[in-house]
Design a protein around this ligand. Structure first.
Ligand code: ADP
Ligand code: GLC
Length: 484
């Protein structure tokens, strides 16, 4: 089959979070199953291309009362996957992908509408796929457009659509004044289609019109059908419950494996753990933490600073924990409030808690490799990749049992010596502290800890199994259209 991915970010070209890791890895895994795979990404300022070969010189995209012009750059084939970049300098060449320090860009509706339409239009020239696989709100208009504006276009009549929801907390909500820009009729602005409390909701449109909807873990596929987790879209999701599939993300072990990692000072593996101690010393040095703390458990956090990740829980739970013998190193950027919160904690515990406010891939690898424990007490977590990476690096996750954290981490059982980490269920500081204390006391039992590390390191979250699950969904989406 021919599968075309459309997404707003993808490694190594652009990244703000786990979506980019998935878009960098899943297409390769799908291609290795024998499918013909194309990926469309926007071209941003941070996108590094070897050359500027033009695939489509000038696409005209009508936008309400004016025309936009963009070109498609041929990013070449890598690992069997053809990349194309939609290039519109005014929309793409900016400080951030979705916003800057002042907040989201005000023209995001136009930016991603143009992207979706450019993908559809250029596919007519570069190859119409059997299935479009779109991701999150930024590309959710593709299924909406195909079933409405393009409904009678013969090119797309047999073309299936799959939408993956990576995070239902981000929906692409815009004032209804954007409706005419979408070139969609006002008749779609109803409660059972794109309307959401008098606004236009891009993700809702995708959920309504995609042939199949996947999300990134089995537990999250259930959670988004509840009022607690769906950010107002539970009813919309439930109407499509027979078309929703949960597929747990995989890991690109070409990027995230301590045996081959280029970013860490010493390589190590399940059969030779020696290098991990060197990574720990290097991490403490990097964070300016005194070396005499090297015998203490070092806890790592790598995160977008967003409420989703459980920072209010950390704020309540950490002071008591930091009074005990542990070190915490934090890497993250995002909401100012959380940056300040860690700043204050650092002033209280200067040699135990250090923070780097940065987006730094090398440092992310250093933390995965050098820490003993990885903390991720998310309020909700569709999948989460960092806890899966940490297991491969022998860094034991402590997580709240939600979404993909529930599906990927198995509670340690000291009697059977099975399990890969520590989980707690209730979103309460006391529960987080109890799980952390379990982890820290197990850390003191060196033999048990070694077994726990090895259990995690031996897990296999490669993309090959999830890629086959996606291929099965593509088959079904395609079959729906062919039989229609
Ligand atoms: P989410 O997508 O919700 O942010 P994931 O765990 O799925 O969470 O993926 C996060 C990805 O972003 C990981 O690859 C992680 O290493 C990376 N990341 C997050 N924060 C930073 C940071 N400050 N610097 C470098 N990489 C980061
Ligand atoms: C989102 C989610 C995260 C998931 C990632 C990749 O950013 O917050 O849990 O791992 O997408 O699917």
């Amino acid at each position: 089959m021919r599968i075309t991915f459309a997404a707003s970010e993808g490694v190594p070209y652009s990244k703000t979070g786990g979506l980019a890791d998935v878009v960098g890895a899943l297409p390769k895994a799908v291609a290795s199953l024998g499918h013909e795979v194309t990926v469309f990404l926007p071209r941003y300022r941070q996108t590094r291309l070897k050359q500027d070969r033009v695939a489509v010189a000038n696409l005209t995209i009508p936008m309400q009362d004016h025309l936009l012009f963009c070109q498609i750059i041929d990013g070449d084939k890598h690992d069997g996957v053809q990349f194309y970049f939609v290039d519109h300098p005014e929309f793409g060449h900016r400080e951030g992908l979705y916003g800057d320090s002042r907040g989201d860009y005000v023209d995001n509706a136009e930016r991603f509408t143009m992207f979706c339409r450019a993908v559809i239009e250029s596919s007519k020239r570069l190859g119409v796929p059997d299935v479009f696989h779109v991701h999150d709100w930024q590309t959710s208009l593709i299924p909406v457009l195909l079933r409405n504006a393009y409904a009678s276009d013969a090119d797309f009549s047999r073309c299936g659509t799959v939408l993956t929801i990576h995070n239902i907390g981000y929906q692409g909500l815009f004032p209804n004044s954007v409706m005419p820009k979408l070139l969609l009729p006002w008749s779609l602005f109803t409660m059972d289609r794109l309307e959401f409390y008098d606004k236009v909701n891009f993700l809702k449109g995708g959920i309504v019109y995609a042939d199949y909807i996947t999300t990134v873990s089995r537990t999250y596929a259930q959670e988004i059908q509840t009022y607690e987790y769906a950010f107002g879209l539970a009813d919309t999701i439930r109407k499509r419950r027979d078309r929703i599939v949960g597929i747990v993300n995989g890991v690109d072990y070409g990027e995230w494996d301590p045996a081959t990692d280029r970013h860490i000072p010493a390589n190590f593996s399940a059969t030779d753990l020696a290098g991990k101690a060197r990574c720990k010393v290097a991490l403490l040095k990097e964070y300016g933490i005194p070396e005499d703390k090297a015998d203490w458990p070092v806890v790592g956090i790598i995160s977008r600073f967003a409420a989703q990740k459980g920072f209010d829980l950390m704020e309540a739970a950490l002071p008591q924990l930091l009074a005990e013998d542990m070190v915490l190193v934090v890497l993250g950027t995002g909401e100012k409030h959380y940056e300040q919160m860690f700043g204050k904690l650092h002033s209280r515990f200067p040699d135990r808690l250090c923070v780097k406010i940065a987006y730094d891939n090398r440092l992310a690898h250093m933390v995965e490799a050098g820490a003993d424990i990885f903390l991720m007490p998310s309020h909700y977590e569709p999948c989460g990749l960092t806890q899966i990476y940490s297991m491969r690096y022998g860094t034991v996750p402590v997580v709240r049992a939600t979404g993909g954290l529930e599906d990927t981490v198995e509670q340690w059982n000291p009697a059977s010596e099975k399990g890969t980490g520590f989980k707690f269920a209730g979103y309460r500081p006391q529960e987080l502290r109890t799980a952390m204390r379990q982890a820290i006391s197990t850390f003191e039992e060196k033999e048990q800890w070694r077994q726990l590390m090895l259990n995690g390191m031996k897990q296999n979250f490669s993309w090959s199994a999830p890629a086959r699950e996606y291929a099965a969904v593509y088959d079904k989406a395609r079959a729906l259209r062919v039989s229609a």
